[in-house]
Design a protein around this ligand. Structure first.
Ligand SMILES: Nc1ncnc2c1ncn2[C@@H]1O[C@H](COP(=O)(O)OP(=O)(O)OP(=O)(O)O)[C@@H](O)[C@H]1O
Ligand SMILES: [Mg+2]
Length: 399
């Protein structure tokens, strides 16, 4: 008899499912959040030298740079090229005590709650003219402040979930019924979560949670469950010379507290200065000062932090990226183009970008046996080039 296949349970990801995910720019007031946001979106959110100049979150979407898309466009010469987008939201500054309503506290925290990942901007530039809310530049202290506030808020959410659950427990008398046992199991998970946040002082995303636990955690929409990318805002000079007295300390703090989180240095001053320039002028300026913009890396990292990937559809009309969450199966991936594609899904004809690039043409990929037909169980991979076959009576319309 053939050996039984080990049942490999697919790990449920922390966070909201779906592909309509957003990343928020979070940090203390006046650290350069709007400067960064403006540079990244070239939009007109005011960046001014006083705290709380951004009151409402501003939203913008930016194209995810990808040389695969450039290559495919050169080869298919389509009428249109459509990239993947990263949706970025500029949130006003959080201050110490925000969780207790300080500053514009709770409103800001609800904006943080509504995003799916965080660009945490911290200030490591000395600039006497730019006021620091605590009177001194100390990015490590700033990181502590924000994390403390986010965790306090999570503690409140978890305690309130525990209180709600308690009210429903033991009502029916017997505590050995199936629903009651489910509630007890949920309570145990909530208590474990509370210990993680309150006693161990850890962010939720740093825990090793199993699927049952993730199912309890996700609906709580906890702030510290969201992936974080630390963006360290340097003066132009420090960024160009790749030196700053705080960088090593910030790095050590991240490693100790949230090992694995990504840290990217950038300069709000430089990015803002070059963001108005035409591309050629910008390239020339960057060459002159001997550096590169940090924005492409930041955008790609932000997109990846959301657990998003994309597949391509390629043809003479358009070459296009379609965002899906990691782990999405072929029919649901097809549903991103049109719900009919999912409803009437027959198969996905796919090839790998790398194979197409290496072999040159679709015909060569087919001849090499690398053009595959995949069924409903196929998990779509990043950079797959897909043509869906489907069958519905109604004429499908593209989104
Ligand atoms: N790297 C940098 N070097 C020097 N000055 C900078 C740098 N980055 C930003 N600034 C300046 O710091 C000031 C505050 O920037 P900005 O308005 O972007 O902060 P913010 O974090 O959005 O503040 P708020 O929380 O009030 O919305 C601006 O005057 C901006 O030009
Ligand atoms: Mg701002």
């Amino acid at each position: 008899m053939p050996p039984k296949k080990a049942a490999t349970e697919e790990k449920i990801l922390l966070g909201r499912p779906g592909n309509n995910l957003k990343i928020g720019v979070v940090g203390l007031p006046n650290v350069g959040k709007s400067t960064f946001f403006n540079a990244i979106t070239n939009s007109a959110v005011p960046a001014e030298n006083f705290p709380f100049c951004t009151i409402d979150p501003e939203e913008s979407r930016v194209a995810v740079p990808d040389e695969r898309l450039t290559w495919l466009t050169e080869n298919y010469t389509p009428d249109k090229q459509i990239p993947a987008w990263l949706t970025v939201i500029d949130i006003a500054g959080l201050v110490k005590g925000a969780s207790a309503g300080e500053g514009l506290g709770n409103a800001f925290l609800s904006h943080v709650r509504a995003v799916d990942a965080i660009f945490h901007v911290c200030r490591a530039f000395d600039e006497a003219d730019v006021i620091h809310v605590d009177g001194e530049v100390n990015p490590v202290k700033d990181l502590e402040t924000i994390h403390h506030e986010l965790r306090l808020k999570d503690e409140e959410f978890i305690r309130s979930a525990i209180a709600d659950l308690k009210k429903t427990m033991g009502r029916m008398g017997s505590n050995n019924t199936a629903p009651e046992r489910a509630r007890q199991a949920e309570m145990a998970i909530l208590e474990k979560l509370l210990k993680h946040v309150v006693e161990d002082h850890k962010d939720v995303r740093c825990g090793d949670w199993n699927n049952k636990e993730v199912e309890v955690i996700n609906p709580l929409m906890l702030l510290t469950a969201k992936p974080v990318i630390y963006l360290v805002n340097l003066s132009e000079n420090d960024y160009i010379r790749k030196k700053n007295k705080w960088l090593a300390k910030i790095h050590a703090w991240v490693q100790t507290n949230n090992a694995g989180d990504i840290l990217i240095p950038f300069s709000g001053a430089l990015e803002s200065r070059i963001s108005d320039m035409q591309e050629a002028e910008r390239e020339e300026e960057l060459k002159k000062v001997g550096t590169q913009s940090a924005l492409p890396k930041i955008i790609v990292s932000g997109y990846q932090a959301l657990n998003l990937i994309y597949y391509f559809t390629c043809g003479p009309q358009e070459v296009r990226c379609w965002s899906i969450r990691k782990g999405t199966k072929a029919p649901q991936a097809a549903g991103v183009i049109h719900s009919d594609f999912e409803r009437g899904f027959i198969m996905a004809e796919t090839m790998r970008y790398d194979d197409l690039k290496e072999l040159g043409t679709e015909a060569a990929v087919k001849a090499a046996g690398k053009y595959m037909q995949k069924g409903r169980d196929y998990t779509v991979g990043d950079g797959d080039i897909i043509h869906f076959k489907f069958n519905v009576t109604a004429q499908p319309k593209k989104k």
